[in-house]
Design a protein around this ligand. Structure first.
Ligand code: MCA
Ligand code: AMP
Length: 504
């Protein structure tokens, strides 16, 4: 019996002594060593009693061992649930409890705070630190370096990724083996990845972009990766000459352009630069081409769908667009009220269908039904149009979402915390343009009658419960929020009013 994901991404490299990961300290991890580590971890999971279908929640720093945990989950038929390292214990508690995780793997420094939760929930807990130390690898050391791959079907679940929603409650997007594998294979072909490629990998590996796009493509193509712990401008500039390709969020590209060491010479040998997760300004696209001669290839995806569209590898990569639907992906623009398909050129909501589209939200049938139509089309919440040449343009969002440096932030989550603070009548959280992060978070507070809210104390309260990247960069106090005749808060009016607040 087969396991499509494991076989298609990992098993194909069995026995290869070619490099898979190039690490910042100059060390290399071969495919064979990587697979031996992942098999040892898979043996640990079996020994501690995990069975196929169990969820493994991982809040760990980026390391070869962290990636091997992903491979181990695929091999053992476990559902991998990666979590942003910035999440607070409050945020983690929800994900762990909601997913019913059987195992938490966390950094040793968080074992105390998460250990209590694990105890309460009866969840097992192991540590894995950034340097590869911790209880997980201590146990793995003594395990065999092979593991009998657990059979899985293409539509068995492989991963949960939590995405927030307009109500402030996160939803676990259920991704199948085939969602991940089919998309990786399509992208390998579309973007011409081969075993000769060296991908500069500076993205986090707890999101779709860094894990299911960048890493899965490298695995499916047999490419190697320069595996950096995070986007550090000096390191990226230093290692670029050894790479053939790079993937990043727009902030990566604006930061590179902001550094005079990033020259045409430095980028000349590169084959491909890919951008996604947030809109790449046409201006950045053009500046990049002027500086390097390369046209960034912009693509569009979502946690629920992996990648939907891409600009062409050959042919015109059109600035300000996200290109064409990928092979096998159907994309239509519909009227948000009626669901009817709109003619090309008209703006409406973007819907997609294909092997990339997820199975639904974990234990949330109503939310699944609201976004995933019975005919298989997923309502993305993005607003866009298709131009005369077939290029898809994203022109806005039909969902209250801020994207800061490629991280999604749902205002409702922050508003709920602000509204609870003493002296606050109500609040509105909006995204405003930011030169580095694209958008950043601004909180608008309306005090209760006669109250003078302590904004510092409010920011402290936000810090206690929400990850740092979600924190409002500023709080402003207003007497009242602008509303339309239906009484709905007009966030667009606030966005217009404060759009210049963080301009450089
Ligand atoms: C870090 N901080 C942030 C962000 N990142 N604040 C807002 N937005 C962020 N994205 C905080 C830090 O905690 C720090 O707080 C302060 O901002 C400045 O940190 P800085 O050193 O500038 O940040 P950094 O560590 O260099 O990180 C910036 C980054 C990083 C490199 C842009 O955020 C990043 O790697 N983003 C990629 C996200 C990503 O992979 N998204 C893909 C999602 P303080 O100093 O005050 O403590 S997948 C997706 O969206 C779909 C599927 C798709 O299409 O790909
Ligand atoms: P996530 O929930 O992290 O998967 O983020 C998905 C959202 O990111 C999409 O619904 C879009 O709003 C946005 N997004 C991803 N890629 C692009 C892009 N190239 N241009 C504009 N928005 C994008």
């Amino acid at each position: 019996m087969a396991n499509p994901l494991y076989d298609g991404l990992f098993g194909i490299h069995a026995g290869k002594t070619t490099p898979f990961l190039h690490l910042p300290d100059g060390q290399t991890v071969t495919h064979r060593d990587f697979l031996a580590t992942s098999a040892r971890i898979a043996n640990v999971t079996a020994q501690i009693g995990l069975v196929p279908g169990d969820r493994v929640a991982a809040q760990i720093e980026k390391s070869p061992e962290a990636l091997a945990l992903y491979a181990a989950c695929a091999q053992a038929g476990l559902i991998f649930l990666p979590l942003n390292t910035a999440y607070t214990t409050d945020e983690l508690s929800y994900f762990i409890e909601n997913s019913g995780a059987a195992l938490i793997v966390c950094d040793g420094k968080n074992q105390g705070s998460l250990g209590k939760l694990a105890g309460d929930l009866g969840t097992k807990i192991e540590s894995l630190n950034a340097d590869g130390s911790g209880s997980l690898m201590d146990k793995a050391k003594d395990m065999p370096d092979s593991f009998d791959t657990v059979a899985r079907r293409a539509d068995d679940l492989a991963a949960f990724l939590y995405t927030s929603g307009t109500t402030g409650r996160s939803k676990g997007a259920m991704l199948t083996q085939d969602n991940l594998l089919s998309n990786a294979r399509t992208l390998v072909t579309e973007w011409r990845f081969t075993a000769d490629d060296v991908l500069l990998h500076a993205l986090p590996i707890f999101h779709t972009h860094g894990l299911f796009v960048a890493t899965n493509i490298a695995l499916a193509a047999g490419s190697s990766m320069i595996f950096l712990p995070k986007f550090d401008l000096d390191q990226v500039i230093d290692r670029l000459p050894d790479a053939t390709s790079m993937m990043g969020v727009p902030t990566f590209y604006t930061r590179l352009l902001g550094d005079e060491r990033f020259t045409k010479d430095l980028a000349q040998h590169m084959r491909l630069f890919v951008s996604g997760s947030a809109p790449l300004l046409a201006e950045t696209h053009l500046q990049f081409e002027a500086r390097t001669g390369h046209r960034i290839l912009e693509r569009y995806g979502m946690t629920e769908t992996n990648m939907n569209t891409s600009n062409p590898y050959d042919g015109e990569r059109r600035a300000g667009t996200v290109g064409f639907p990928l092979p096998g992906v159907e994309l239509k623009v519909t009227n948000p009220d009626t669901g009817e398909t709109l003619p090309n050129g008209e703006v409406g909501q973007i819907e997609v269908r294909g092997p990339n589209v997820f199975k639904g939200y974990w234990q949330m049938p109503e939310k699944t039904a609201a976004e995933l139509r019975e005919d298989g089309f997923f309502i993305t919440g993005d607003l866009g149009k298709i131009d005369v040449d077939g290029y898809v343009h994203i022109v806005g969002r039909n969902k209250d979402l801020i994207i800061s440096g490629g991280y999604n932030i749902y205002p409702k989550e922050i508003e709920l915390v602000l509204d609870e603070q003493p002296g606050v009548l109500e609040s509105a959280v909006i995204g405003v343009p930011h030169p580095d992060f694209g958008e950043t978070v601004l909180g608008v507070i309306v005090p209760e009658n006669g109250a003078t809210p302590d904004t510092e104390a409010m920011l402290d309260a936000v810090s206690a419960s929400l990850a740092r990247f979600k924190h409002p960069r500023k709080l402003v106090v207003l007497d009242e929020l602008p509303r339309n005749t239906m009484g709905k808060v007009q966030k667009n009016v606030l966005r217009d009013q404060y759009q210049g607040m963080f301009s450089s």
